[in-house]
Ligand binder design. Sequence first.
Ligand SMILES: Cc1cc2nc3c(=O)[nH]c(=O)nc-3n(C[C@H](O)[C@H](O)[C@H](O)COP(=O)(O)O)c2cc1C
Length: 171
Amino acid sequence: MEDFLKLALTRESCRNFSEKIVEIEDIKKCVEAARIAPSAYNEQPWHFYIIGENKLEDVSSNLQAFTKKAGGFIVVFEKPASIPVKITNTIKSQDFTKIDIGIAAAHICLMATNMGISNCILGIFNEKKLKENLNIDNKDRIRLVIALGYSETKTKEKRRKELEQISTVLE
Ligand SMILES: Cc1cc2nc3c(=O)[nH]c(=O)nc-3n(C[C@H](O)[C@H](O)[C@H](O)COP(=O)(O)O)c2cc1C
């Protein structure tokens, strides 16, 4: 438990990468952590593009400037929900697919952190151009890009609401 909290505290959004390349095999390990993430109906509604050295520019050119020094990326696609999930989402006014994507992204970032790989989830990017650059011609949405790399900077202090502000105990 303490180990996990330490890991969660260590994970932070890195915006000052050192240009060191992240090995494809290491990125694959991060995706492996996403592969085993839970999902509603066990749908696994995702596809991950693992971006290596030669394609970094194709991705970073569509993202915030600090990603130019990232050493790898994972582009997270959302696969369309199946009929049962669509029905449940409608009846229950939920969006399980996006929840699933978020959990998978968390697995990736925690795995990367555990491997000493700095990371940052990015939700803002030029989706159309990113798909063009990667020659991906489908209707699937890119929900997130996760920048990976290395940073010398020490862990920043977390700015978070207090436990009492975000939780209610019912006894
Ligand atoms: C869904 C999502 C989208 C995000 N998009 C961006 C982004 O586009 N650019 C960015 O610099 N950080 C982005 N972040 C990082 C958040 O700003 C960051 O997680 C938050 O400020 C807490 O800081 P920490 O990650 O260092 O603990 C995103 C985080 C999440 C979970």
